[in-house]
Design a protein around this ligand. Structure first.
Ligand code: ARG
Length: 473
């Protein structure tokens, strides 16, 4: 024993500093101490840890485990510790492993005996699970606020361009005429579902593990409901083994985040394409772009590119957490300490990505002339012509064939459909008359899509209005 101590000299005999030191006969290996510590990254949950401890202390006073004075001194000291942390004066110690033991140890140093009673009926296992849930709950609210800002910017673009025509693509080939407003509202819908998913995830996040103690519960008659109420939890967990061990709520959050980033990556890809010289559909604001160190003419769409790239990190975090949880036996295992970095990185990435989009979108400029030119290339009204034939009694499959032949002719003659003569049209089908040229107009094409969810400006206007009143913007 003393041999080992000489092998691993420790300036302050760390085993005696550890809250769990009693059972141990030698100090923790110096590198193991570093390797097993989480304080470098879990300290960001200090506010949640303190709020949880204060609620727990008040409850312990309520059930008579602490006196009112002991409770008061704990609550006040924790407030003071919070200020130390916020003021950058707190000395985070790796030998105290994590945020929980750092704060508790400071508490004991500050107030002595009462501080030592705080951990009654509690374990770091239910404590950390509670902290993470509080933290994720708060971050979901922040993310949602940024998503609302982004959605509101999208609505403004949709509003401004409810009448602006553009080509709609399938297979990235010109397919039909749509409006920019319609396209923007597609983005809006994606984000609405992302917000709904996060709101739903929050229901399962907002359940309180505290009171589960290490794994089995505790003999102290804890008033869990009282703690939950103080901390704003909707419910207390039903099973202590489950509550201390499962991180499915974090996985669920990361899966919501993955879908969100998948959506942002799609928007990003479109912006990158649209900003290119091949499309020139949009002009991105200079202050959201960067130049090249060698090519003086370059203006690179770094923000959408980077957000597109960041999706990979978020998907990776989801897989990390799934793999972390897979095959874990009940109840808490140290593996779970690995939940935090992927989770926090996901939160930071989501917040940054949505924020930069919300900042950038109000300043993107759609190039209406180029969009108008683009929509008049590529036979975007061919389907309208087929629908016209159907209205004149031709079966859709025959109409499709007829229009296909007309398009073939136009391609051969290097023309767009409205440039074919009535005679040429009639050579394919005798029911075609002069009014066909109305149908081949791009604006008429867009306006005709009156079906719910369709691209007609009237429909899109309805969607925008409904969205505005729901969003309150
Ligand atoms: N730092 C630990 C974690 O993040 C806290 C829980 C530790 N519990 C334990 N029994 N060692 O998971």
């Amino acid at each position: 024993m003393s041999d080992n101590k000489t092998k691993h000299p420790s300036p302050e005999n760390s085993q005696e500093n550890k809250p769990w030191g009693g059972r141990f006969t030698e100090s923790t290996d110096a590198f193991v101490e570093e390797f097993t510590a989480s304080v470098s990254f879990d300290q960001r949950m200090y506010a949640q840890d303190i709020a949880g401890s204060q609620a727990h202390a008040r409850m312990l006073a309520k059930i008579g485990v602490l006196t009112k004075d002991e409770c008061d001194s704990i609550v006040q000291a924790l407030d003071a510790i919070k200020q130390e942390i916020q003021g950058g004066e707190f000395n985070w110690r790796v030998d105290l492993e994590d945020v929980h033991m750092n704060i508790e140890s400071r508490l004991v140093a500050m107030i002595g005996e009462p501080g030592k009673k705080l951990h009654t009926g509690r374990s770091r296992n239910d404590q950390v699970a509670t902290d993470i849930r509080l933290y994720v709950r708060e971050q979901i609210a922040f993310i949602d606020a940024e998503l609302v800002r982004m959605q509101s910017a999208i609505l403004d673009l949709a509003d401004k361009h409810v009448d602006t025509l553009m080509p709609g693509f399938t297979h990235l080939q010109v397919a039909q005429v749509i409006t920019v407003g319609h396209h923007m509202m597609a983005w809006f819908e994606m984000l609405s579902r992302d917000r709904a998913r996060l709101a739903d995830c929050k229901i399962r996040v907002n359940v309180m593990p505290l009171g589960s103690a290490a794994l089995a519960g505790t003999p102290f008659p804890l008033d869990r409901e009282y703690v939950a109420q103080q901390l704003g939890f909707d419910a207390v967990s039903n099973n202590s083994l489950d509550a201390v061990s499962d991180r499915d709520f974090a996985i669920e959050f990361c899966s919501c985040a993955s879908l969100l980033l998948m959506h942002l990556s799609r928007m990003s890809e479109e912006l990158v394409l649209w900003a290119s010289q091949q499309f020139e559909f949009v002009e991105l604001p200079d202050r959201f772009c960067t130049g090249s160190s060698i090519m003086p003419q370059k203006k690179n769409p770094d923000v959408p590119e980077l957000v597109r790239g960041k999706s990979g990190r978020v998907f990776g975090n989801l897989i990390s957490l799934l793999t972390l949880m897979k095959s874990q036996v009940l109840a808490y295992n140290k593996d779970n300490q690995e939940d935090k970095e992927p989770l926090f990185d996901t939160i930071d990435t989501v917040l940054g990505s949505v924020r930069v989009y919300a900042d950038m979108l109000p300043h993107i400029i759609f190039n209406e002339d180029n969009l108008a030119q683009a929509v008049n290339k590529g036979y975007a009204t061919a389907t309208d012509l087929a629908d016209y034939l159907v209205a004149k009694g031709v079966a859709f499959r025959d109409a499709h064939e007829i229009v296909g032949r007309a398009v073939r002719l136009a391609i051969d003659e290097n023309k767009e459909l409205p440039q074919l003569s009535l005679q040429q049209f009639q050579s394919f089908c005798s029911v075609i008359s002069e009014d066909v040229y109305n149908v081949l107009q791009t604006r008429g094409s867009a306006e005709s899509k009156q079906v719910i969810g369709g691209t007609s400006p009237a429909q899109v206007r309805k969607q925008i209005d409904a969205a505005r009143s729901k969003l309150n913007v």
